[in-house]
Ligand binder design. Structure first.
Ligand SMILES: Cc1cc2nc3c(=O)[nH]c(=O)nc-3n(C[C@H](O)[C@H](O)[C@H](O)COP(=O)(O)OP(=O)(O)OC[C@H]3O[C@@H](n4cnc5c(N)ncnc54)[C@H](O)[C@@H]3O)c2cc1C
Length: 382
């Protein structure tokens, strides 16, 4: 594994950072305070190519590999402070675009991928239910055959971008006697009869993407809604999670790098007791620990790109990356607040926002306890 970015990766990372800095930060303080989603920002990011980075050009994407996609996401996270927007873009990519690319029929790919890549569609993931969180395959939403199509019922919750999405990849039970092999995946358009956004759920972080709950009430979809084979929904879900856990935190690497730069800059300029606070070892060591955490996170994320580019399984490595990056992100975000003192605690400097944004990463894509379970399983520990 080469630790240096290739010329292509560096080029995409640099242009993503420059683009995001200039075009993806408009009114971020106000939009975060209002918990407002920014569709124009979504379009801009999609126009740049962010929504379809690893999608072949024939379906409207950029045709990049996962290593280049990760490098670009890191650039976006460095340049933009709109982590809600970038989180939503990642959620769409890993839970809609990639599963459709890998499991969709040719007709499904042609129908959905160009719009997902050019920003026409926002995608969302309907897996969690009020009674099925970590134990996701205990879901109960039933999908019953109806002629050529399906009728789906149930409640899906905690959905990133749920209130603003145009399409949902949802999971439902097509055969309750078969446990995990009785779950199937469906592509459900927002305007499918019987799909209703029940509510937007207020939350502590990544506020610029709304979280929602949807109800499926005799929701009718055609045969072409089934994604992958009937009874193979768990496979689609696990595949989507493997990619998501591994890569969704690539943008976080950029955020952590930006935090570090800001802390260094601030510690050099802020004076107390007649000297720069960076001269106090308590401060410089805190920042040094931030750097050590960041540098230990980067190879773990880039390893996922390297493994997937070679067609290898990355289930355990994704769990390791997800665990370590999210835990490090929370610690670095708290350290940044401490370095900035009161200036870190108030909203106007966008330091505390990273701390609020970081907490969700301990929970989404499977809580970190579930990641530890996956790592323990790989060690054949019961
Ligand atoms: C910001 C954010 C975005 C999200 N986006 C989506 C989305 O787009 N679509 C979607 O479907 N879901 C989404 N989720 C939901 C997320 O996937 C679930 O919250 C997560 O899987 C945990 O489920 P739960 O919240 O029900 O917690 P629970 O499963 O009830 O867990 C509660 C606690 O028990 C622990 N626990 C549970 N089981 C075990 C075990 N076996 N071993 C050890 N500890 C255990 C957990 O780690 C946790 O600490 C999102 C969540 C967040 C925070």
């Amino acid at each position: 594994m080469d630790f240096a970015l290739s010329a292509l990766q560096q080029e995409w990372q640099d242009k993503a950072a420059a683009f995001a800095k200039e075009h993806l930060n408009d009114d971020i303080l106000e939009r975060d305070a209002r918990a407002e989603f920014w569709r124009e920002g979504w379009r801009r990011a999609a126009k740049f190519g962010a929504a379809g980075l690893p999608v072949p050009k024939e379906y409207g994407g950029q045709g990049l590999g996962l290593p280049e996609t990760i490098a670009t996401m890191e650039g976006l996270g460095y340049g933009s402070q709109d982590s809600g927007l970038i989180f939503a873009m990642n959620a769409t990519l890993w839970t809609n675009t990639i599963p459709i690319l890998l499991y969709g029929t040719e007709a499904q790919k042609k129908k959905w991928l160009p719009g997902l890549c050019d920003g026409t569609y926002i995608g969302a993931n309907g897996a969690s239910e009020p009674g099925a969180g970590s134990d996701i395959f205990s879901m109960t939403a039933p999908a019953v055959r109806d002629g050529d199509g399906w009728v789906i019922n149930g409640e899906k919750t905690w959905i990133t971008a749920g209130p603003v999405a145009d399409v949902y990849v949802c999971y439902a039970v097509t055969d309750p006697t078969k446990s995990v092999l009785g779950i199937s995946a469906f592509i459900i358009p927002r305007d499918a009869p019987g799909l209703r956004v029940v509510r937007t759920i207020p939350k502590m972080g990544v506020k610029t993407v709304p979280m929602g709950e949807i109800a499926l009430e005799n929701c009718r979809v055609g045969a072409d809604a089934l994604l992958g084979r009937e009874g193979r929904g768990a496979e689609v879900f696990n595949c989507s999670m493997e990619w998501e856990r591994g890569a969704i935190l690539a943008a976080t690497l950029g955020t952590m790098r930006r935090q570090l730069d800001r802390c260094c800059e601030y510690a050099r300029s802020r004076k107390q007791f007649g000297q720069q606070i960076s001269k106090f070892q308590a401060v410089s060591h805190r920042i040094a620990r931030m750097k050590i955490r960041l540098d230990s996170c980067r190879p773990l994320v880039y390893r996922i790109g390297w493994l997937k580019a070679q067609g290898k399984d990355a289930t355990t490595e994704s769990a390791i990356a997800k665990y370590h990056v999210s835990e490090s992100f929370v610690e670095n975000s708290l350290d940044a607040v401490r370095v900035f003192g009161a200036r870190g605690f108030v909203c106007e400097n966008l330091v505390e926002k990273d701390l609020r944004d970081s907490i969700g990463s301990l929970i989404y894509s499977g809580t970190n306890e579930i990641q530890l379970n996956l790592v323990a399983k790989s060690l054949r520990l019961p």
